[in-house]
Each structure stands twice: as structure tokens, then as C-alpha cells.
Design a protein around this ligand. Structure first.
Ligand code: GLN
Length: 243
């Protein structure tokens, strides 16, 4: 009898508890190491740790959804995801449709090529095949400064859903260069036969994003980022992922 009562209590308690625990669906594109990538079956990386730490602070669970980068904003707006955490640069154009947190990381673009071929920056003006991830600031830079400026035939700009395929094509000589965020290029130089031949100073800042008007969630994320910065946790994570 006592056993039964205890069991009923446990069931009731977990029911009530689960009714109060909140899960936020976090959208990312997991081919962006060391910010987000897959290890075994797990989504790991700097961004993943950041949002999980904020979840711990404010008592919410995180469910990661891996989708193509250019689908992140549409998914946020339609409510399929609650937060974007994807090394996403705060840009004026994006700010018109979503709300960004305060910046939590800075980056520039870089030009990445196969290593050991003595390629230099002039590669950009030799009508190379350049790979980018669709809808990223790297895509935007190449489109505006090379294609629209008349230096690169449109067909030489190749857009990918994931950087994993772009890097594979670079190594297989289907591409001559990739333009992507420098912290991610740096990371690829440690895991693949690639090197950086130039940095394009774009002065980008990463922010997390929520649907417009979702003020409570935005305030919580901003407070969380500030706390991680003040407590030194942010520096600890930077040390963990950017050695
Ligand atoms: N920071 C770049 C952007 O926002 C790239 C992000 C990414 O590929 N995950 O466009």
C-alpha cells in the first residue's frame, strides 16, 4: 500500500514537473566547427555549450534542430524553431526580420584553399571556382564584390548547404577556394589539408536570434550572455574551443 502511494506520488510529481519544464527548439547548421558540429550522435561546439549553459541558468531544456543555414530565419519566423544559434552574423538586412541578442563573438571572412600548392590571394582574380554556404555573409561578399563587380562569372560561384561538402570539393579539386568565417576556416586547417591565404576584414558580430517581438526570451538570452561573460564562463569556453 505504502509502495503504491509512493509510486503514485512519483508519477504525479513528474507529471506536474514536466508540465512546467520548458523546452526551446534551437535551430543551427551543424557543419560550422568549432561553433556547431556533430560528434558521434551529438551536436557539440561553442554555440551548443553557450545555449545549454544559458538553459541551465534559467531552467529550460534545449532541443537542437540541424537545418540548412538559409532555412534558419524562415523556420524562426514560422515558429518551427524558437532560437537561432548558428554563428549568425548580425546584419541590417536580417535585423529587419528577426531580433538579435547582444553580440557574443566577432569574426572576419577568410579565403581558404588547398594546402601545399603555393596559392596566394591572386587566386580570387583568376576566375576560380569559389564555394560558399548559401545565404551566409561569405556568399554575400563573393556575390557583391566578385560576381556583381564583374570579376567572377556567375557560374563560378558554387553554393553549398553544408561546409562539409564544400571542403570535400575543395580537397577533390572541384573548387579552387572557399570564402567563409575565419574562426571556422582556422579550425578546418587543423583537420583537413587546407590553408588560409587571406582575410577579408568584414568586422562581423555573431548574435543569437529570436522571432520579432519575443522580448522575454530575448531579455533572458541577453542576460544569460552577459552573465557568462561576467563569470568568466565565456572565456573558459573560448579556451576550450579556440586554442
Ligand atoms: N557568420 C556567417 C553568417 O552569418 C556564417 C554562419 C554560418 O555559416 N553558420 O552568414
Amino acid at each position: 500500500m505504502v509502495k503504491k502511494t509512493v509510486l503514485v506520488c512519483i508519477i504525479l510529481f513528474s507529471f506536474v514537473f514536466s508540465a512546467f519544464s520548458v523546452t526551446y527548439v534551437v535551430g543551427t547548421e551543424a557543419s560550422f566547427p568549432p561553433f556547431e558540429y556533430v560528434e558521434g550522435e551529438e551536436f557539440v561546439g561553442f554555440d551548443m555549450d553557450l545555449i545549454r549553459e544559458i538553459g541551465k541558468m534559467y531552467g529550460f531544456d534545449v532541443e537542437i534542430r540541424d537545418i540548412s543555414f538559409d532555412s534558419l530565419i524562415p523556420s524562426l519566423i514560422t515558429g518551427n524553431i524558437n532560437i537561432i544559434v548558428a554563428g549568425m552574423t548580425i546584419t541590417e538586412e536580417r535585423e529587419r526580420v528577426v531580433d538579435f541578442t547582444i553580440p557574443y563573438f566577432s569574426a572576419d571572412q577568410s579565403i581558404m584553399v588547398r594546402s601545399g600548392e603555393s596559392t596566394n590571394l591572386t587566386v580570387l582574380f583568376m576566375k576560380p571556382k569559389i564555394g560558399v554556404q548559401t545565404g551566409t555573409t561569405g556568399d554575400l561578399w563573393v556575390t557583391e564584390n566578385l560576381v556583381e563587380a564583374g570579376f567572377l562569372p556567375k557560374a563560378n560561384l558554387i553554393r553549398y548547404d553544408t561546409f562539409n561538402f564544400a571542403v570535400r570539393d575543395l580537397i577533390n579539386k572541384n573548387l579552387d577556394a572557399i570564402v567563409l568565417d575565419n574562426p571556422v576556416a582556422e579550425r578546418f586547417t587543423k583537420t583537413d589539408p587546407v590553408e588560409i591565404v587571406g582575410i577579408i576584414k568584414t568586422n562581423e558580430n555573431y548574435g543569437m536570434a529570436v522571432a520579432p517581438g519575443n522580448e522575454d526570451l530575448l531579455n533572458m538570452l541577453n542576460e544569460g550572455i552577459t552573465k557568462l561573460q561576467e563569470t568568466g564562463k565565456m572565456d573558459e569556453l573560448i579556451g576550450k574551443y579556440f586554442k
